[in-house]
Ligand binder design. Sequence first.
Ligand code: PEP
Length: 246
Amino acid sequence: MSVHSSRKRLVAGNWKLNGSLDGNSRLLQELLVRPEMQAECDVLVCVPYVYLPQAVSILKGSAIAVGAQDVSVHAKGAYTGEVSAAMLADIGCRWVIVGHSERRQYHQESSAQVAAKVLAALNAGVTPIVCVGEQLADRQAGQEVCVVQDQLEPIKALGAQIVSRLVLAYEPVWAIGTGLTASPQQAQQMHQQIRAYMESDQVRILYGGSVKADNAAELFAMPDIDGALVGGASLDAQEFLRIVAA
Ligand code: PEP
């Protein structure tokens, strides 16, 4: 059994393809009026690329960090439309989500590419949040652990040193944006399997999939759940703050 208390909790919002200058400003200002939340827990918001400078500027000097939602495997060159990890670091963005199921699904991202993004991010001083998770059919077939281990295999192959510098997020695809949440026991079971497979007591493992203020506390009570990656609920400042408070 892992030592939960030695791992700092982390709650990351994933805004996905949402936002506007005005709306972001309102949401971020609302988050900033609750400074008491920040000591025991890392908090960050992962915003669309174009809004990164705005978020960095508004959150400057606060304990809320800013992350991106993807990063190129390339450092520079003829890769139209891509954004490098060094560019993220250059503008003050220190976190990035990699391998989100929506990128795996709609952009055919392979686990090998995800591992390459992990290295690109870490080389630039940006911490990757690596998402893994099974489809509903995998779970119905009893294959969820194998599927998740296959996704993790190229990450584990990067070595213990690398694993100690990243964050993992278990996001069962059937729970993302659906209102269905893995039960705390289902999530805990998978987190425990992931931790054992990665052979790391220290790596933080977030849960993601319809996390809301109402279900956050029971998920966070589980010994191997170190926080959450929050999609839809991160677009509502009060809801997001209640998750952080949990
Ligand atoms: C996500 O996008 O990573 C996510 C977990 O979304 P939601 O919270 O909306 O299910």
